[in-house]
Design a protein around this ligand. Structure first.
Ligand code: COA
Length: 94
C-alpha cells in the first residue's frame, strides 16, 4: 500500500494536493483503495486543501473508476507522455 498527497513544492500551490494510490496486487478489489481515497479526501478537507489532482494512465480503468466514483472529473489528457513496455501511454488528469 502506498499513498502520497504532494502536488508541488512551490509555495503558490499549497492549497492543491495530488494523490497516488497503490494497493498490493493480492489485496485489490476488496474496498481498500476506496477507503483510503475517502480518508485522503477527508484529511484534505480538514487541511483546507481546495483541489486534489490525480494523473492516471488512460488504460488504468480501475483507478479511473475509483476516482470518478468519489467525485473526481476528467479535465484533460496528456498524450504519449508515458513510456512503458515498448509503447507510449496517455495520462488522464482528474
Ligand atoms: C487502482 C487501485 C488503487 C484501486 O484499489 P482497490 O483497493 O483495488 O479498489 P477498491 O476495491 O476499493 O475499488 C474501488 C473502486 O475502484 C473501481 N475498481 C476497482 N477494481 C476495478 C476493476 N478491476 N475494474 C474496474 N473498476 C475497478 C470500482 O469503481 C470500485 O468501486 P465499486 O467497488 O464501488 O464498484 C488498485 O487497483 C491499484 O493499486 N492499482 C495499481 C496501482 C495503480 O494503478 N495506481 C493508480 C495510480 S494513480
Amino acid at each position: 500500500m502506498g499513498i502520497s498527497l504532494l502536488f508541488s513544492e512551490k509555495e503558490g500551490y499549497f492549497l492543491t494536493a495530488e494523490d497516488s494510490l497503490y494497493i498490493h496486487h493480492l489485496h485489490r478489489g476488496k474496498g481498500i483503495g476506496k477507503t483510503l481515497l475517502k480518508f485522503l479526501i477527508e484529511k484534505a478537507k480538514e487541511n483546507k486543501i481546495k483541489n486534489i489532482i490525480a494523473k492516471i494512465c488512460a488504460e488504468n480503468q480501475p483507478s479511473l473508476n475509483l476516482h470518478k466514483s468519489l467525485g473526481f472529473a476528467e479535465v484533460g489528457k496528456l498524450c504519449q507522455v508515458g513510456y512503458k513496455f515498448g509503447r507510449y501511454l496517455d495520462v488522464v488528469i482528474l
